[in-house]
Structure formats: structure tokens, C-alpha cells
Design a protein around this ligand. Structure first.
Ligand code: PMP
Length: 285
């Protein structure tokens, strides 16, 4: 089910102009959201982040947040999907060639309700291996990674590097050498029962899953901390894992060919995953 500016289309018919500045310049913002048990997980949080991204790039969304939330709920109900994925995209809209956003009179809203491609169970049971990318994360004073923008080339290049090294993900450092995030996931480490993730000022998306995990960490007494991590901290962690809407929580057992902890998904990671799954299951009610 695909919505573009008030109309519904099939996958084959859903098309936009080649003059859309989202396509021409990556000028736009987006969200990726999960549907569990016919319900939208953390809907308000995703919508809030979308509007914050839009505001930061001076992009006006024609609808108010409650209206958008209603629309998404209606689409999910109409789709009949028990589990799935929503891709929400707001572009600068159509305009002449040339980047001037003032020449684009109307932003464009695209909503795709689709199935979700899950990662193999093996990743969760055995953990994955990641590398440090040679590409640095875009600095906050250039393009704050808190903006979930349509400019993902920085991430794409780091993803290519991961794949070239037979890894699913790579972790990016910022230009000061501090750990930021992976190409589509946030990163956490656990050391001496303390849960830590890079602070957003280092250049990371304020992941919705990340904030859920910080809350869970608090409940589990893990003194969750948003701070500074270097590669040293990853290599010497007891446990490491990635978080994201699609991935949920994936244990990391090797970083740059160094084994983390005992080389198996950790106990704390397991506890956090259990709590996360419980939150999702509660959505049924
Ligand atoms: N970092 C980046 C760069 C992302 O694209 C994403 C979303 N896939 C995340 C982190 C995780 O964010 P969330 O938990 O909101 O999906």
C-alpha cells in the first residue's frame, strides 16, 4: 500500500516526478517504523523525530503530527498487516533544476506500508562481526546525523566497506576518532555491568530503539550512559550490540577481528532483548 500526497497507488503505479528535489539533491527526510501485532511501534516518537528532522532543514510538512499519526494508523488497519514496515518519506517536492528549496512550492509525502525483511536468526543466536569503516561519520557541524535525511551516501560508503570485508555492518568514527554509530544501527557496549552508547553530539542518529534500550537499561540497573567511546572501549567491552528498528538488537562478537568478551552473545544483551520482546508483545493489548 503506497500513499503519495493524498492518493493511494499500487507498487507498479506509485511514481513521482524526476524534478523532485528528494531525488535530485537528497533534499528530504524519512522514517522507518515497525508494525507488530497490527500496531505501530513507537509511532509518536517516530513522528516527532520526522518533524524535528524537517524543521532542521526548513522543510514544511503540510500536515500536523496528530493528522499524520491518524493517517498511519488508518493505513496499517487497511493493509491488514500483522507485522510489517512503514517507510515515511517527505521530500522537498518538485522544483526547477538548481538546489534552491524556495523554488519548490510544496513538500511531498510518501508512505509505503510493506513487509519486513528479517535478518536470519543466526545473527541473533551467534552474534555478528563488524569492522571499523575508514569513512568517518559526517560531523555534526556539517550535517547533524540526528537529521534522518535522504542523504545516506556516508552510510552507503561505510556499508560497501562492511560488505567488502564480509561483514553486515561497519562502525563509523567521527573526525576526532570517537565511535559514533553503524550504517543503519546505533551501537552499545557493556563493561562491568554498565551500558554505554555514544552521545548524539558525537554524530549519531537519536535512534528510537536506542532510547528504548536506554530505558530498559535503567530498569535493569545498568546505569545507562550516553558518552564517549573509542575503539579501545569496543575491543575491551564485555559485550557489544547494535540497535535499530529493523535489526532490533543484534549481538556483536567481533570488532576488527578482535573477539569481544567470550565471543558469544552476552547475558546482559540477552536480558535487554528479552525486555524488548516483552514490550513488543504487550502491543497486542
Ligand atoms: N543510525 C542510523 C544511521 C540509522 O539509519 C538508523 C535507523 N535504521 C539507526 C541508527 C537506528 O535508529 P532507530 O532505532 O530509530 O531505527
Amino acid at each position: 500500500m503506497i500513499y503519495i500526497d493524498g492518493q493511494y497507488y499500487t507498487k507498479e503505479d506509485a511514481k513521482i516526478s524526476v524534478f523532485d528535489h528528494g531525488l535530485l539533491y537528497g533534499d528530504g527526510v524519512f522514517e522507518g517504523i515497525r508494525i507488530y501485532n497490527h500496531r505501530i511501534f513507537k509511532l509518536k516518537e517516530h513522528v516527532k523525530r520526522l518533524y524535528e528532522s524537517a524543521r532542521t532543514i526548513h522543510l514544511t510538512i503540510a500536515m500536523q503530527p496528530p493528522e499524520l499519526e491518524d493517517l498511519l494508523n488508518q493505513m496499517v488497519a487497511r493493509s491488514g498487516k500483522q507485522n510489517g514496515y512503514i517507510r515515511l518519506v517527505v521530500t522537498r517536492g518538485d522544483g526547477p533544476l538548481g538546489i534552491d528549496p524556495e523554488k519548490c512550492p510544496r513538500s511531498r509525502m510518501i508512505i509505503i506500508v510493506d513487509d519486513i525483511q528479517l535478518y536470519p536468526m543466526e545473527f541473533y543466536e551467534k552474534g555478528i562481526e563488524i569492522i571499523t569503516a575508514s569513512y568517518r561519520r559526517i560531523p555534526v557541524d556539517c550535517l547533524d546525523p540526528r537529521i534522518k535525511s535522504l542523504n545516506y551516501l556516508n552510510n552507503v560508503l561505510a556499508k560497501i566497506e562492511a560488505k567488502q570485508n564480509n561483514c553486515l555492518e561497519s562502525v563509523m568514527l567521527n573526525t576526532a576518532g570517537f565511535v559514533t554509530e553503524c550504517t543503519a544501527d546505533n551501537i552499545f557496549n557493556v563493561k562491568d555491568n554498565v551500558l554505554k552508547t555514544p552521545a548524539t553530539y558525537h554524530g549519531v542518529l537519536a535512534g528510537i530503539t536506542r532510547s528504548v534500550i536506554l530505558e530498559i537499561g535503567d530498569r535493569l540497573g545498568l546505569k545507562p550512559e550516553e558518552g564517549t567511546l573509542t575503539r579501545f572501549d569496543l575491543y575491551n567491552a564485555d559485550e557489544c550490540f547494535l540497535s535499530g528498528t529493523g535489526a532490533e538488537i543484534i549481538p556483536v562478537v567481533r570488532v576488527d577481528r578482535i573477539t569481544i568478551g567470550n565471543g558469544r552473545p552476552g547475558l546482559v544483551t540477552g536480558k535487554i532483548r528479552t525486555q524488548y520482546n516483552e514490550m513488543i508483545n504487550q502491543l497486542e493489548n
